[in-house]
Design a binder for this molecule. Structure first.
Ligand code: NAD
Length: 365
């Protein structure tokens, strides 16, 4: 039987506990894995001088598929986010965030099944910024005033918003290819093209062109502010959303909120040369080592990985077992209980075991 070589980054904080539960659930599907375990982050910084050693990148480049538990980014001092660096170094240009309702998760909405496709490399997130008062920003302001014949206050800081044809084309294509592969009906491009004509306007223009090549899938566009209101009022009207980086960031959290929050929000970062699967949430350091937090977001990220590998039946089995355990509401972590202090809540490990048991029971039944 085929065995998949997959890079596994156990993370820190609650990461290693989530990684262990996820690894066991993935193995219980019957799919064979040959794990290439690669540590990264704060602990590695102390011993190897960098939080993201080249060996980690090499491993993902070679294996092309990785699953990662959350990693802590120290605030103020220390290094930049390893999570962001990984996406940049490997050019993982598409961030995929399915947001689906599971019966038993507390939420104001039911039957939500949305997919967010967020561009990961451009926009205000590109990190091109000029600090107030520096010689660079004053030179930039002078040049902009000369070229645009508009005034910018001299005590301004400036962040740049680049959006390219190439970047827009590949993310919109990704959204349509995803829609086609997973039998989705509609792609909605989200923008503010009425105001930012040369960045968001370009994104929209490219999206309209790409849409013509996919006549089997509906296409429409929405202005981002209207989109936020629509998602709150009638989320059932939407299917796959494709967005530039910043709007994608904000709407991902909005949509995670629609389905009950971070504990059940899986994700993936995908590029031409590799794919990295990870939960949306962080390393929740205050719960480290307590065997307490919800493993579902990382386990569902594992299900996304199975689909990416073409192991559709295994992914379906795993997702169904997760849904059954959540619906029954017995062997679930504190955050999925009606009362967060409910003493019958189980730990990370036990919830993982309940999911495995459910898969086995279905297979035998
Ligand atoms: P966080 O997601 O780690 O935690 C915020 C709160 O959400 C937690 O205190 C907890 O109450 C809840 N929560 C999160 N995950 C949960 C789970 N699985 N089950 C139950 N409850 C859960 O966000 P934060 O506190 O802002 O960040 C902590 C660290 O994680 C930071 O260093 C941050 O940079 C990092 N981070 C990493 C990633 C990543 O690895 N991709 C993503 C986001 C944040």
């Amino acid at each position: 039987m085929k065995s998949y070589r997959v890079t596994l980054i156990p993370g820190d904080g609650v990461g290693p506990e989530l990684a262990e539960a996820t690894q066991l659930c993935l193995e219980a599907t019957g799919v064979k894995f040959d794990w290439d375990v690669q540590t990264a982050g704060m602990d590695v910084m102390a011993s190897e001088g960098t939080p993201l050693p080249e060996r980690v990148l090499e491993s993902i480049r070679k294996n092309k598929v990785a699953i990662k538990a959350p990693l802590t980014t120290p605030i103020g001092t220390g290094f930049r986010s390893v999570n962001v660096a990984l996406r940049k170094e490997l050019d993982l240009y598409a961030c995929l965030r399915p947001c689906k309702s599971y019966e038993g998760v507390r939420s104001r909405y039911k039957n939500i099944d949305l997919v967010i496709v967020r561009e990961n490399t451009e926009d205000l997130y590109a990190g091109i910024e000029f600090q107030k008062g520096t010689s660079e920003v004053l030179e930039l302001i002078a040049n902009i005033e000369r070229l645009s014949k508009r005034k910018i206050r001299s005590d301004s800081g400036v962040s740049i918003k680049p959006i390219s044809v190439m970047g827009s084309e590949r993310i919109v294509r990704f959204a349509f290819d995803y829609a086609r592969q997973y039998k989705r009906k509609k792609v909605t491009a989200v923008h503010k093209a009425n105001i930012m004509k040369f960045s968001d306007g370009l994104f929209l223009e490219v999206a309209r062109e790409v849409a013509k090549k996919y006549p089997d899938i509906q296409f429409e566009d929405r202005i981002v502010d209207n989109m936020c209101m629509q998602l709150v009022q009638k989320p059932e009207l939407y299917d796959v959303l494709v967005l530039p980086n910043l709007y994608g960031d904000i709407l991902s959290d909005l949509c995670a909120g629609l389905v009950g929050g971070l504990g059940v929000a899986p994700g993936a970062n995908i590029g031409t040369n590799g794919a990295l699967f990870e939960a949306t949430h962080g390393s929740a350091p205050k719960y480290k080592g307590l065997n307490k937090v919800n493993p579902v977001a990382m386990i569902l990220s594992g299900a996304l990985m199975l689909r990416h590998l073409g192991e559709t039946q295994a992914a379906d089995r795993l997702e169904k077992a997760v849904a059954d355990v959540i619906r029954e509401g017995k062997d679930v972590t504190y955050d999925l209980k009606e009362d967060r202090n409910d003493p019958t809540a189980v730990g990370t490990r036990e919830m993982g075991q309940a999911i495995i048991k459910k898969m086995r029971a279905t297979a035998n039944g």
